[in-house]
Write a protein that binds this ligand. Structure first.
Ligand code: BDR
Ligand code: CA
Length: 313
């Protein structure tokens, strides 16, 4: 096999984060150096616990899980129990994890790992508010050249926001962190709502996970059943958007995705539009392109990949 791509998954699980973690752990092309938890969908004590529950579900108990920031850089923490349930991982009945939480702080782990890496060696997969990543970049700018790419779920243009009319949840929760990341100068690939809203968890797709007849298949179906109910009611669709696994799927099958290199900046000042990703899709400014903004996806191909990989666990 060719060399595995080294990744760090920064995450706030979250049912869709959980499916993204399962996809990564099931994929031999990827080497998961560590999973760094951040406060987001639910508080940090739950997101780090949930990350360990998912590693155990995948049977990958040697995965290193770290706890990071307990709150955004500037603003108060906003959580989303109304979407994800009280635990953040409502749906399946998963036992409390017995694998340990690593003693090192997530931000220290990110800094140390990148300092020890070669130039362009580590890809940062960001599935939640960008607090841990921004803190690491602010603390140790010398790590920047080691970052091959930052691949993140967040933002939106054509779909508007899902937390305010202007802002998507991950960017809304820590817009100041997102601002640091978008300005960092390294390659960034963004998977916004414009794309993830095309990946609906239809009944047939959820049933296909259940039909695997495995513990992971059952748990995935239960996660998605719970997760979709909020957006189904909101959008009136068969199933809800599945966001975060697209970050991992893009690493595995970039051919499923299409987008443009454009300028994206984050609103941090206006209370009305804070957390908005101001994405210059039509090139109406001369601001330089800093983001590979993915807008389209082969959604059947995405779900086929997910099913095939989760069947391996
Ligand atoms: C994003 O917000 C969270 O609720 C999901 O886990 C995803 O990362 C979607 O807006
Ligand atoms: Ca998430």
């Amino acid at each position: 096999m060719t060399e595995r791509r080294k990744i760090i998954i920064d995450t706030d699980p979250g049912q869709d984060d959980a499916v993204a973690i399962l996809l990564a752990l099931a994929s031999p092309e990827l080497e998961v150096l560590g999973i760094t938890a951040v406060a987001g969908n639910v508080p940090l004590a739950l997101t780090e616990t949930n990350a360990r529950k998912i590693c155990e579900l995948a049977g990958k108990t040697d995965t290193k899980v770290f706890a990071g920031a307990i709150r955004p850089m500037v603003r108060d923490l906003v959580t989303a129990e109304y979407v994800h349930g009280k635990t953040g991982l409502d749906g399946p009945d998963l036992p409390p994890p017995s694998m340990p939480l690593q003693p090192q702080h997530a931000v220290d782990f990110i800094v140390e790992t990148l300092r020890n890496a070669d130039v362009n060696e580590v890809t940062l997969c960001v599935l939640g508010p960008m607090t841990n990543i921004a803190l690491a970049l602010n603390r140790a700018p010398d790590i920047l050249p080691k970052v091959a790419e930052i691949v993140a779920m967040g933002g939106g243009l054509f779909e508007g926001g899902n937390t305010t009319p202007a802002a998507e949840f991950n960017i809304y929760v820590d817009p100041h962190a997102a601002d640091v990341v978008f300005r960092c100068g390294r390659p960034i690939t963004l998977l916004p709502l414009d794309l993830t809203h095309k990946c609906l968890t239809t009944r047939a797709r959820v049933d296909a996970f259940r039909a695997l007849g495995t513990r992971v298949g059952d748990a995935t179906a239960a996660l998605l059943d719970f997760f979709e109910r909020f957006d189904e009611a909101k959008y009136g669709t068969d199933g809800g958007p599945l966001h975060d696994p697209n970050v991992i799927a893009w690493l595995l099958r970039p051919d499923l995705y299409q987008g443009r290199h454009i300028n994206v900046e984050v609103e941090t000042m206006s209370e009305l539009t804070i957390g908005m990703t101001v994405a210059d899709w039509w090139g109406v400014t001369d601001r330089s392109a800093n983001v590979n903004y993915l807008r389209d996806v082969d959604d059947d191909g995405f779900y086929a990949l997910l099913l095939e990989r989760l069947a391996r666990l």
